[in-house]
Design a protein around this ligand. Structure first.
Ligand code: DGP
Length: 143
């Protein structure tokens, strides 16, 4: 299937049917903590409009989304005291995508610290909440 499935897990998060640890929301975008983080402070940034991935997302939605990715990248780096940051975006199973609602991974990085596996172990919700609080504070300081 290569069309958009409105019952994917991120669509359910957008409809409030599944909880998430939210760090940012506006009329176009939602950002929340990844439950299987590849590094401490790993955030996902998604559009509210349903699009499967890079191949079907409308240009205007993608343009807004990448600006929000930049906003989150700055806040996450500052909040986590990171040395750098990796932005990942996967398309179709062959490209590593497992949730079929387009999203960008915003992953803080530290010198000499390798990334953990993609879609690996579930994180402790209390730890995710603590990082989310720091990231929300950095966003508030930026606005
Ligand atoms: P990918 O589609 O391969 O880019 O990866 C999907 C990412 O989404 C992966 O890092 C794990 C994360 N993830 C999967 N299910 C959930 C969920 O229910 N909540 C949150 N917050 N993250 C999820």
């Amino acid at each position: 299937m290569t069309t958009y499935d409105p019952n994917n897990i991120f669509a359910k998060i957008l409809r409030g049917e599944i909880p998430c640890e939210k760090v940012f929301e506006d009329e176009d975008t939602l950002a929340f903590m990844d439950v299987m983080p590849q590094a401490e402070g790993h955030v996902l940034v998604i559009p509210k409009l349903g699009a499967r991935n890079i191949f079907d997302v409308p240009a205007g939605v993608l343009s807004t989304l990448i600006l929000r990715v930049q906003k989150l990248a700055r806040a996450v780096k500052a909040a986590m005291g990171a040395d750098g940051l990796t932005v990942n975006q996967f398309n179709e199973p062959a490209g590593g995508q497992s949730v079929f609602h387009i999203h960008f991974h915003v992953i803080p990085r530290w010198d000499g610290v390798a990334l953990r596996p993609h879609s690996g172990k579930m994180a402790d919700p209390a730890v995710l909440k603590a990082y989310a609080e720091k990231i929300r504070a950095a966003l508030a300081a930026d606005s």
